[in-house]
Design a protein around this ligand. Structure first.
Ligand code: PXG
Length: 459
């Protein structure tokens, strides 16, 4: 272990030299980082000796939990055998070939090809370039526009952040890049108004059709969406939404990318989110749980419809990364996926753990601060509201959520706040007893928050 400093020393070094992602650097430097030193199972340990239940699987990725020896051993063996070689210039390596084959087997049948990247953002960038390449090869180069959704998250590179619908991200750095437009999200709690969820789901999907007609169907290249929006606040669309989107993309012949960076590899109780919702995408973007986060790796799965044109027509696709098909990352992905299959973890989520999770998490809906408690697979979200049964948010949006998150960590549970929506996505290997612990820490946190808000006249 590298713990050779006190917490204060780590924090001082961090503040002096380390620029963190998505961070107000000035306020973090004043406050100090929490230094996570080690972890096992579903528990993190910090440099102050606190043990914290990780209700977010790291950042939605640690499907198998921490401390799986097989993954460390797979990396160690591969580093000795072949730590790196590139996949350019007609070369390949065994773990990457094996991984492409394995992904083709695990994915829905239309997917027989994988393009490897280092992250979810790079997978989405690759999708943008491949979509436009496809239409160029099909003799329709004017099909350039990619439609995405407000409050979707697709990464932080120039194309990833452009595809994403986070307005704060667009406000910096001249985004979105040209040819990317957004439609509304299927977020009934916030946007549903007087419609029931099913009616609202259809309305939200039909925004896609309106946008296609507004732009001109012959100019639209693709649509991208997360089956369940993760970073946007665990937005679980009404059941009418995805079938209608599928009808629309089919009708206009546009390509459809399912961003499975969070939903992929069992989070919904199916291997991929598109399988849960019954859609038939032309691309799946993958990352995170593909290695349980033990190594950085992403992939773009390419459906036969696209691969046949790309491979069949030939001509170089001018795109790739130094670490495309990295042998160590691929070896860890193979070991991770092998465990997911061998231990039937996805099936266990669907049949045992998700039903238990749903029953326990939804009990939180009875709390006076919770306007809605929703789950799907091992996703959970709580909408914090000042008054029930209304769906109105707190006046200063996000302030209460941040307080809730901070209290939760103090109580030994990582939950994330998206504005005033509390979200959780624990490791897929969480046990019923650990779910009980998670829920009781959430209740303790909500009770403390409620007391504080009443004291402050906010609830
Ligand atoms: N697509 C989706 C759906 C994601 O959730 C990415 C793409 C980008 O992946 P990379 O590996 O480039 O980060 C993501 C990433 C959060 C949070 O606050 C979520 C992500 C990343 C950072 C923060 O929930 N998801």
């Amino acid at each position: 272990m590298t713990t050779t400093h006190t917490t204060a020393e780590w924090q001082a070094l961090d503040a002096a030299h380390y620029l963190h992602p998505f961070t107000d650097h000035k306020s973090l430097a004043a406050r100090g980082t929490r230094v996570i030193t080690h972890a096992e199972g579903v528990y993190l340990h910090d440099s102050e000796g606190h043990r914290i239940l990780d209700g977010m699987s790291g950042l939605w990725c640690v499907a198998l939990g921490y401390g799986r020896r097989e993954l460390a051993e797979a990396a160690y063996r591969q580093m000795q055998e072949l730590p790196y070689y590139n996949s350019f210039f007609q070369c390949a390596n065994p773990p990457a070939i094996e991984l492409a084959d394995r992904l083709a087997r695990l994915s829905p049948p239309q997917f027989q090809h994988a393009f490897f990247t280092g992250s979810g953002s790079e997978s989405n960038d690759t999708m943008v370039r491949m979509v436009r390449r496809y239409w160029e090869l099909r003799g329709q180069p004017e099909r350039q526009v990619i439609i995405s959704r407000w409050n979707g998250y697709h990464g932080s590179t120039m194309a990833g952040a452009s595809l994403g619908g986070m307005k704060a991200m667009h406000s910096q750095g001249g985004l979105p890049i040209p040819g990317i437009v957004h439609i509304g999200q299927p977020y009934w709690f916030e946007c549903g108004g007087d419609l029931d969820p099913d009616e609202f789901g259809l309305k939200a999907a039909r925004e896609l059709e309106q946008k296609i007609l507004e732009i001109g169907p012959d100019k639209v290249a693709a649509f991208i969406g997360e089956p369940v929006q993760g970073a946007g606040g665990v937005i679980i669309p009404p059941r009418t939404y995805w079938p209608e989107v599928q009808r629309i993309v089919d009708r206009y012949g546009i390509l459809f990318a399912s961003d499975e960076v969070i939903c992929g590899f069992g989070r919904t109780g199916e291997w991929f989110g598109c399988e849960h919702f019954g859609t038939r995408p032309d691309f799946m973007t993958l990352a995170k749980a593909i290695t349980s986060g033990y190594q950085p790796l992403g992939a773009l799965m390419v459906a036969d419809r696209v691969a046949q044109v790309l491979v069949g027509e030939g001509g170089e696709f001018f795109h790739g990364f130094t670490y495309s098909g990295h042998p160590v990352a691929a070896a860890v992905a193979n070991a991770n996926l092998e465990i997911l299959e061998r231990e039937r973890i996805v099936e266990r989520v669907r049949t045992e753990i998700a039903p238990y999770w749903a029953a326990r998490w939804r009990e939180l809906a009875d709390h006076p601060l919770v306007g809605e408690a929703r789950t799907l697979g091992l996703f959970g979200a709580l909408e914090l509201v000042p008054r029930k049964p209304s769906r109105a948010f707190f006046p200063e949006r996000g302030a209460v959520g941040t307080r809730c998150r901070d209290l939760s960590v103090k109580n030994g549970l990582v939950m994330r706040a998206v504005w005033d929506t509390m979200i959780a996505a624990p490791p897929l290997v969480i046990t019923p007893a650990e779910i009980d612990e998670l829920v009781s820490k959430a209740v303790q946190t909500l009770d403390q928050l409620h007391q504080e808000l009443r004291r402050d006249g906010l609830a």
